[in-house]
Write a protein that binds this ligand. Structure first.
Ligand code: EPU
Length: 492
């Protein structure tokens, strides 16, 4: 397993380009199951999640081939398989996006339920409700969703839930409706740009979908869908992460390939916090801008809530919290999409942040200095928040379990290093932990330790590390180093 060793305190400076959006690319790749010809996608980031989905699609008869410039070509060569196996699905929740395409194109889908998740409950009841409304027969057996339908029929579907709409659920129902008989209307559809991008691809394949980007979709079913070529939108979450990287290090960073229309809530909040950003629109008239983060004097505290789009994305909540931990006063961050998505709080506290959780909110008492520590990433965006905080901290930090980060950011450390950060990817072993972070002799030799329960007598360094790992295991299933990346936790 890899870890990061981060030496903090360096203001970032330079230019960096945003990659294609992971959360657009994944459902879009799954849509290739419905195409009667090849799908060529441009700007598909080279991520672990993308590779996992290619593997899953491979088991479903789709060959995928990486091409130059981050293009990916997908083509169905066998349209008989209908089973998405647990071993692959549990590694990535976005695997659920094969459900709608398989059902509508092949008449049957047996897709494993993804299982638990570190960011909170992730039910799929709305996906199933939508597919049932179109006439699918659905049952759950032995941890699998078994969906069948000879021919789906257009219907009126309401996709709102207690926490808003559903992003991947809207994609699944849209896909199913695209090849159904008649007209489907989806009310309370997710409006996230990734959902609109998915719809754009379906339309390029010959679907008839209106209302993309709004909560009301009208889908007129067609007989078949053809191959197509499509450019994936830039990743707004990565863009926000890079902007915050500039701000938190008091750096001067230019972030290229940003759709500012997708980032309104983020830019508005950064402005509230006192982060100065200059926008340079593309002189060629495209919707891709370059955003220049300028060094800010001090950061102002704020209150913010993660909400469905166009609100502040839950996927930047952790990174924002890292930023606010350096603001001059008390901030409150609430997550209304995933109210339990706060596992990063305890790790940010290890880096010197002063954060206290209250229900679905966290109260952050900004501090001038963060300090290096050993921390553990618990999900993709939490990993990004820890990298940001570690870059802003004095001294060295170790971030473990960075396989979470690799799922959703392409070579983040290399890109941050190109801006002047000091992040080394190393094998996670005791020798690679910087001396500054090894346990002080005084603690090592102490006769009792009470933090995590019951260590009596002389505590050796290995014992203490083991305790740290064991307590983390109660939060998320731990993979042994030998189990390596193949056994990753189910995640977003
Ligand atoms: N929900 C239900 N029932 C459902 C589906 C969702 O109650 O059937 C609830 C969820 O529990 C949650 C809310 O609705 O409270 C939103 O969940 P949604 O279904 O929209 O999430 P998702 O489609 O599973 C996508 C992203 C996530 C992102 C969320 C919210 C992908 C592959 N994943 O997940 O991305 O956080 O939307 O915007 O698109 C990430 O990239 O780190 C990540 C977690």
């Amino acid at each position: 397993m890899d870890m990061f060793v981060v030496r903090g305190g360096k203001p970032l400076k330079g230019q960096v380009r945003v990659s294609g959006a992971k959360n657009a690319a994944l459902p879009i790749m799954a849509a290739s199951l419905m195409a009667d010809g090849p799908i060529t996608l441009h700007d598909v980031p080279d991520l672990v999640d993308v590779r996992t989905l290619s593997q899953l699609l491979g088991t479903l008869g789709v060959i995928s081939e990486r091409q130059a410039d981050n293009a990916l070509r997908l083509e169905v060569i066998d349209d008989s398989p209908v089973v998405a196996d647990y071993e692959l699905v549990r590694r990535m929740r976005a695997s659920i996006c094969v459900l709608g395409p398989l059902l509508t194109r092949r008449g049957r889908a047996t897709v494993s339920l993804p299982g638990g998740c570190n960011i909170g409950d992730r039910p799929i009841d709305l996906h199933l409700k939508g597919l049932k409304a179109l006439g699918a027969d659905i049952r759950i057996e032995h941890g699998y969703v078994i969906a069948t339908a000879r021919k789906l029929k257009g219907a009126r579907v309401f996709l709102g839930g207690s926490f808003g709409s559903t992003v991947t659920g809207t994609c699944n129902v849209m896909a199913a409706a695209a090849l159904a008989d008649g007209v489907t209307t989806i009310e309370s559809a997710a409006c996230e740009p990734e959902v609109a991008d998915y719809g754009q691809l379906l339309n390029a394949m010959g679907a008839k979908i209106e209302g993309l980007g709004t909560p009301f979709l009208r889908i007129e079913g067609v007989e078949s869908l053809a191959g197509a070529e499509h450019h994936v939108i830039p990743d707004r979450i990565e863009a926000a992460t890079l902007l915050i990287a500039g701000a938190i290090t008091h750096g001067e960073v230019s972030v290229e390939n940003v759709c500012i229309d997708h980032l309104s809530a983020v830019l508005d909040k950064l402005n509230d916090v006192g982060v100065r950003i200059r926008i340079a629109e593309d002189p060629g008239g495209s919707d891709r801008s370059t955003l220049h983060v300028l060094p800010s004097e001090k950061l102002t505290p704020t209150e913010c809530s993660a909400l469905p789009y166009p609100g502040l994305p839950t996927d930047v909540q952790a990174q924002f919290m890292a930023l606010l931990s350096r603001a001059d006063g008390i901030s409150v961050v609430t997550d209304k999409v995933f109210p339990d998505r706060f596992m990063h709080v305890a790790e940010l506290v290890r880096l010197g942040a002063s954060i206290h959780r209250e229900g679905q909110s966290a109260i952050i008492n900004g501090t001038e200095k963060l300090h290096g520590a050993c921390v553990m990433a618990c999900d993709l965006r939490a990993s990004a928040a820890l990298v940001l905080a570690a870059m802003a901290a004095d001294g060295e930090s170790v971030i473990r379990r960075i396989y979470h980060l690799d799922r959703g950011y392409e070579q983040l450390e290399n890109r941050l290093n190109s801006l002047g950060a000091d992040i080394r990817r190393m094998n996670d072993c005791e020798e690679n932990v910087p001396v500054s972070l090894r346990l002080p002799q005084s603690i090592e030799n102490s006769s009792s330790l009470t933090t995590s329960g019951h260590v009596e007598g002389a505590a050796r360094l290995e014992d203490l590390r083991q305790i740290r790992v064991d307590s983390a295991e109660t939060l998320a299933p731990l993979q042994s180093p030998a189990a390596s990346k193949a056994k990753q936790e189910p995640a977003s």
